[in-house]
Ligand binder design. Structure first.
Ligand SMILES: Cc1ncc(COP(=O)(O)O)c(C=O)c1O
Length: 434
């Protein structure tokens, strides 16, 4: 086998096409050699500004020197253990998360991916309540493992067989295109009344959990109206559900607070963290209260994985939390987010095809439309702009679902100059694509 001979881009693509499984859309037309800070470098030497933080995880930018140092040091000391053996790193991270979490979410389980953390959270809710029904929002993304995927409604289910029994959907709030109106106002209370009426008619009375993202990120960066999270949680609790908040994309500073659900004053029963916690490494966490954890333990809660409580990712997570707190990066995300928003709002004044600019902190949605009045989505245009951005030197992402919404989420350590560069590239790509 002679695979090392030709290292040109063309040869790399040939080998990629021959050997890689296509697990989603087609791969983008760049192969990355290295990445530092907010920039990646391709194998043919081009620099790309990363306005997507990798897969929403590189919150501290790429190869942050302190994270790199922790990985190097920890790799030489302690990487992985039998899942029932503990290490100092795991205990330290659990304590650090308990300290910053809302309410009394003091018990922590460390896993690897977001889907896995949600899978564990839902299993925990089922064990604690004795119920099995799970209610999720119609524009949600919680992962691709069976339990998490069954509560995910913003991903194609075609061809993948049945969802878990007891999976129920609630219409996601859609402030930009409200379906329920009272006078000129979005009537999200009326929408919730209707959604819960449908749930009550279908439920067998065995509710276990409501699972929500505080901002529906993959579903189009939808920010629920103020008070929505508290209201939906209250209604769920009335029906015996535990409230699970999935902070995969929003957690640890990106939206201006350590936990985004704090913006609406919601204290969940279970919180999951993933993407941002490892800042690029596979690390996730489930946080819950002592009461729920005790009840689960008594009832034989079981969620045993190979990489549960691994020391190396835990050491990284600990450093991530330390840096975000020490460098006041949540505050920085708020300030940088205001600059980015104002940049996109200026573009919106110039270009009719930008229908909406929304989000919080450094998690923004920019929605492209064919017509501002009808709000008809423009996903093809969004795709063209995204491809042109890549040619011009910036990686950004359009969420799935055919709405034409850009999810703009650079690392929260990004500088003002880099933000302005991103806006300049976006404008040029937009101008050349309409
Ligand atoms: C809100 C949310 N939860 C969970 C997940 C799943 O995480 P993972 O892909 O690490 O399993 C994602 C992934 O995009 C996500 O956005």
């Amino acid at each position: 086998m002679n695979v090392e001979a030709d290292t040109s881009e063309g040869a790399l693509w040939q080998r990629a096409n021959r050997h890689l499984v296509r697990y989603g859309y087609s791969f983008q037309s760049a192969i990355i050699e290295k990445a530092h800070g907010a920039f990646m470098t391709t194998t043919d030497g081009r620099r790309l500004l990363d306005f997507a933080s990798g897969q929403m995880s590189a919150i501290l930018g790429h190869s942050h020197p302190e994270i790199t140092a922790v990985i190097r040091e920890q790799a030489g000391e302690l990487v992985h253990l039998y899942s029932q053996l503990l290490s100092r790193e795991v205990i330290d991270l659990a304590e650090a998360l308990a300290r910053i979490a809302p309410g009394s979410l003091e018990r922590v389980m460390l896993l690897s991916t977001g889907g896995e953390a949600n899978e564990a959270a839902l299993r925990m809710a089922r064990t604690a309540t004795g119920g099995f029904e799970v209610l999720g929002l119609s524009r949600s993304w919680h992962g691709v493992t069976q339990g998490a995927a069954s509560a995910t409604y913003n991903s194609s289910r075609h061809g993948h067989g049945p969802a878990v029994p007891g999976s129920f959907v609630l219409a996601a709030p859609t402030p930009y295109r409200p379906r329920f109106m009272k006078g000129d106002e979005y009537d999200w209370i009326g929408e919730l009344d209707y959604g819960f009426e449908l749930f009550d008619r279908q439920s067998s009375g065995s509710a276990a959990a409501l699972i929500v993202e505080p901002i529906l990120s993959s579903g189009g960066v939808i920010v629920p109206p103020e008070g929505y999270l508290r209201e939906v949680a209250a209604r769920a609790r009335k029906r015996g559900m535990l409230v699970v908040v999935d902070e995969a994309q929003t957690g640890l500073g990106r939206t201006g607070r350590m936990f985004d659900c704090e913006h609406d004053g919601l204290v969940p029963d279970i919180v999951t963290l993933s993407k941002t916690l490892g800042a690029g490494l596979a690390l996730s966490a489930v946080l819950t209260t002592p009461e729920i954890e005790d009840r689960c333990f008594e009832r034989g809660f079981h969620f045993y994985t190979t990489h549960a409580s691994d020391p190396l990712p835990a050491a990284v997570g600990l450093k991530v939390v330390e840096i975000i707190l020490r460098d006041k990066l949540a505050e920085r995300a708020r300030v940088a987010g205001a600059r980015l928003r104002s940049g996109f709002e200026t573009l919106m004044q110039r270009y009719e095809v930008i229908g909406d600019v929304r989000g919080r902190g450094l998690l923004m949605g920019v929605e492209m439309v064919k017509d501002r009045r009808t709000k008809e989505p423009a996903p093809e245009l969004a795709g063209r702009i995204m491809n042109r951005c890549l040619e011009l030197g910036m990686s950004t992402s359009v969420v799935r679902g055919g709405w034409g919404v850009f999810r703009i989420a650079p690392p929260i350590v990004i500088t003002d100059d880099e933000l302005d560069l991103g806006l300049t590239i976006f404008e040029q790509a937009l101008r050349e694509s309409v």
